[in-house]
Design a protein around this ligand. Structure first.
Ligand SMILES: [Zn+2]
Length: 135
């Protein structure tokens, strides 16, 4: 159990919305490295696994958001250009909001379902189903 002071401290640090659902939705912070004109997310695979999303899906989103090119290399992702860590974190937050959290109950227990040519975000917690945003 955490003390009230600790919780307050966390609250004041602007905790991302994704971690408000009972604390069991833990997303590892992005380990971003800038090398020359490239940016790496060292724990890319770990992040996509925590979100229960295909690495390729998250990658496609980030490439579009950052308007750059790149590829997944083993457990990490490589991007052309220099992007600061806070920006990458921000983009991942948007991804979580738009492609992971249920729009009804806000829980992360969702999966993407493809039906015909549409993709839906189906919530396993409350059963809600929404058309997923296109990437
Ligand atoms: Zn739900």
């Amino acid at each position: 159990m955490q003390s009230y002071e600790k919780l307050l401290e966390r609250g004041m640090k602007k905790v991302p919305k994704a971690s408000e659902s009972g604390g069991r939705f833990q997303i590892p912070g992005a380990r971003v490295l800038n090398q020359g004109m490239k940016t790496f997310i060292a724990n890319f695979l770990e992040i996509s696994q925590a979100l229960r999303r295909e690495p390729n899906h998250l990658m496609k989103f980030l490439l579009k958001e950052l308007a750059t090119s790149g590829e997944i290399r083993g457990k990490s992702a490589e991007f052309t250009g220099r992007f600061p860590q806070p920006l990458i974190e921000k983009k991942i937050e948007i991804y979580i909001k738009n492609h992971v959290l249920c729009q009804e109950c806000g829980k992360p227990d969702t999966k993407l379902i493809r039906k015909d040519r549409l993709v839906f975000l189906k919530c396993e917690a409350c059963g809600a189903k929404h058309p997923a945003k296109k990437i």
